[in-house]
Ligand binder design. Structure first.
Ligand SMILES: [Zn+2]
Length: 270
């Protein structure tokens, strides 16, 4: 009896495994570069499938799989369309400085994925050394850049389309000391700057004109003229970031949404 049960169990298990593998490959082949939420769902699904294969019937297991996949797909769809609305923003004077009327996008997810990872490493490495960094601005719309330009030379030397912020390739940070932004501590900036440089970023604390120690940028060898043409990655990046093209497509859609959002705010203010 026990042998029989074992036999039925293993036949059922292989059947389930085979059908689920087949189903997954057909459902997911339209986009290989799935966001994390789906991968997690898939792992959950596989685990649940195995449990159900023993306890219940094949049909139940398949229904459950179909439901989880539909949920994962809807979540992904929702996020890849509306994710930009959840980006964190910073209002003017939040860190004690006048940064203009338009809010600043301060979310690291608004950055180019490769640069975003460097910024997250910078924050983590600084934290290890007891330095708490906060993000002041990441991606910058044309309207925001134009606002800075209008505020004078102390804010930017660059007109619309010229700042790396406008390609998600620059970030402004500030260290917090006892919860307060510390803009003037040169020794502290130097520590932060060196960590950033070790991660391969350019540090604004080296600039003679417009010393900008909170600013870090990285282009991965993409030239300014290429940026203006919309080029955001080198083919060799795909080895390390296999989903870079899919990610950048979604990111560029998010950026475009922010561009129209802020240009409509800017018009209202005029
Ligand atoms: Zn900057």
């Amino acid at each position: 009896m026990a042998v029989m049960r074992f036999f039925i169990g293993s036949v059922l298990f292989s059947l389930i495994t085979l059908t689920s593998l087949k189903a997954q490959s057909t459902l997911f082949e339209s986009y290989d570069c799935r966001p994390e939420v789906e991968i997690i769902k898939q792992i959950e699904t596989e685990k649940r499938m195995r449990e159900l294969a023993y306890r219940d019937s094949v049909r139940l297991a398949q229904e459950h799989l179909a439901k989880l996949k539909a949920e994962a797909y809807l979540l992904w769809l929702e996020d890849s369309v509306n994710g930009w609305k959840n980006w964190s923003v910073v209002e003017n004077f939040s860190f004690g400085r006048d940064r203009g009327n338009l809010p600043m996008i301060a979310d690291v997810h608004a950055l180019h994925p490769v640069f975003r990872d460097k910024v997250m490493q910078l924050i983590a490495l600084c934290r290890q050394k007891g330095i708490e960094l906060t993000v002041v601005e990441t991606y910058r719309t044309h309207s925001k850049q134009a606002e800075y330009k209008g505020m004078g030379k102390a804010y930017t030397r660059k007109g619309a389309g010229r700042s790396k912020h406008q390609y998600g390739l620059a970030v402004d940070v500030v260290p917090l000391v006892n919860g307060e932004p510390e803009w003037e501590n040169k020794a502290l900036w130097r520590k932060i700057g060196i960590i950033g440089e070790q991660l391969g970023m350019r540090w604004g604390g080296r600039w003679r004109y417009l010393y900008d120690p909170g600013h870090f940028e990285w282009t991965g060898g993409i030239r300014p003229t290429e940026l203006v043409q919309g080029k955001l990655h080198h083919p060799k990046l795909i080895e390390q970031y296999p989903c870079i093209e899919a990610d950048l497509r979604i990111l560029q859609r998010y950026w475009n949404n922010w561009e129209s959002e802020q240009s409509s705010w800017a018009k209202k203010e005029e």
